[in-house]
Design a protein around this ligand. Structure first.
Ligand SMILES: Cc1ncc(COP(=O)(O)O)c(C=O)c1O
Length: 457
């Protein structure tokens, strides 16, 4: 039996309708930006394998560090024990994440990092609004004495089109979309607002002012909303919104699971704003895309709400693989590579190339006549007017074909066309985007742009 046949018999793939599914491509090797299949075909991984790979696949430096760590300590319970990679990683990250962060809480993926952030903020208000707690022995009800704190907050503020992961809390604060449809009656209520712009900022601030005293936390993907359709918004308006949110004492949670570690041109997207978050969620590129790891960092103010003689004010959360030593080691090795000047130069170079290419495509599209490209055949698809956008290493646009949204089947056709040219992209419906690893070469990036240009005629 081939690997595809064996897979077909036993595997259930993520985000994939299993009926009539395309057979998955067996990948046997990765190197740099390239993925190699069983037949020896190579594909440029232009979306960094779901936005995780930073320095390229099977990076020898990260692999070597992992090997050494695997021979030393592969896993240990993280309640009551600690280890060098977890402490070193926290020591190295705290000074570079934007804001005034004091503590790192580990988990093991992006969804758990946001889940932790939500629980951490809700319990912050719960802990602070209660005095000494006691539990009835007969039944599990908590009796609390009066606290001087002015009230518990229970609501969460989030953006329309947001995506924060697939666990129930993360789904609750994500857009009500095809991803969440089957669970809507199980999700908790959230105040959803649009991302800010010049036209709606006053209205958004009004919402924040009128409901602010009930809102525990505001969760947002800074400047780029990923799975919701690579939607981008401006730092200027976000800064204004964040200012209003902070004035209400609301905890700001930056979900940088996708935007973190250089994707938007800066190390973290929150650097574009002067108002900084109180909690930040990191995963994906954290380990350079090598291992599963999640981080929820918080300020000392939030941490202190949990430091208490009262055991009931403990943060009762953790995972078997919390702070796994191998994952922390991969993250340390990835940081070594990321903080080298050459890596930032590569990020800057990709960012510039994206801008140049976006201008080029806009020019082509504005001369939209059938003979605008005499050497090529008829345009394959039309670019949705003014949809072209880029921030840092991310470039996206919509194709004007069928209905906007994730279920638009054009994505499968485009993936196939790109694969035939040795490039892997995975459009979100009719939203086509690239987010390459930083080690992509001039030739490879040129090839990716060539494919996108051809797609648009
Ligand atoms: C912004 C954001 N938050 C959270 C997640 C969830 O991460 P994971 O897939 O690792 O659970 C994602 C995944 O795409 C994401 O883009």
């Amino acid at each position: 039996m081939t690997l595809q046949e064996r897979d077909h018999a036993v595997i259930w793939h993520p985000f994939t309708q299993q009926k009539n599914r395309q057979p998955p491509v067996p990948i046997v090797k990765g190197k740099g930006t390239l993925l190699f299949d069983e037949q020896g075909n190579e594909y440029i991984d232009a979306i960094s394998s779901w936005w995780v790979t930073l320095h390229g696949h099977a990076h020898p430096y990260i692999a070597e560090k992992l090997y050494q760590q695997a021979l030393t300590l592969e896993q240990v319970i993280f309640a009551g024990f600690t280890h060098e990679p977890a402490v070193s990683l926290a020591e190295r990250l705290l000074p570079i994440i934007p804001g005034n962060f004091a503590r790192i809480f580990y988990s093991d993926n992006g969804s758990t990092s946001t889940e932790v952030a939500l629980k951490m903020s809700l319990q912050y208000w719960w802990n602070n609004s209660r005095g000494q707690l006691t539990v009835d022995s007969e039944q599990i009800t908590v009796n609390s004495q009066q606290s001087t704190f002015n009230g518990e907050r229970t609501k969460i503020l989030a953006f329309n089109d947001a995506y924060h992961g697939d666990t129930f809390g993360a789904m609750s604060v994500s857009d009500r979309s095809v991803f969440t449809l089957a669970f809507h009656d199980k999700l908790f209520e959230v105040i959803f607002i649009d991302t800010p712009n010049a036209d709606n900022i006053s209205q958004l601030k009004q919402i924040v002012i009128s409901q602010g005293q009930e809102i525990a936390a505001f969760i947002y993907e800074p400047l780029v909303q990923g799975a919701g359709g690579i939607k981008m918004y401006e730092a200027k308006w976000m800064d204004e919104l964040l200012k209003a949110v902070k004035q209400q004492g609301i905890i700001c949670i930056a979900d940088e699971v996708m935007t973190g570690f250089g994707r938007t041109g800066k190390l973290f997207a929150s650097e574009y704003m002067t108002e900084k978050p109180d909690i930040i969620c990191l995963s994906k590129g954290l380990t350079g895309g090598t291992m599963a790891l999640g981080i929820t960092a918080c300020t000392d103010k939030i941490y202190q709400a949990y430091v208490n003689d009262d055991k009931l004010k403990t943060f009762f959360h953790g995972h078997s693989f919390t702070a796994n030593p191998l994952a922390c080691t991969a993250a340390l090795a990835s940081l070594d590579l990321l903080l080298k000047p050459e890596c930032q130069q590569q990020i800057d170079w990709i960012s510039t190339q994206n801008k140049v290419f976006a201008n080029h495509l806009t020019t082509l599209n504005s001369n939209s006549t059938p003979d605008r490209l005499p050497t090529k055949s008829r345009p394959t698809y039309d670019l949705r007017h003014e949809s072209l956008r880029t921030l840092g290493t991310i470039l996206a646009f919509e194709i004007a074909e069928g209905q906007d949204g994730y279920l638009n089947n054009i994505s499968t056709t485009i993936t196939q066309k790109a694969m035939e040219q040795g490039i892997y992209i995975r459009p979100l419906g009719n939203t086509v985007y690239i987010m390459p690893p930083y080690c992509i070469t001039l030739e490879e990036l040129g090839k990716v742009y060539g494919m996108l240009e051809e797609l648009l005629g």
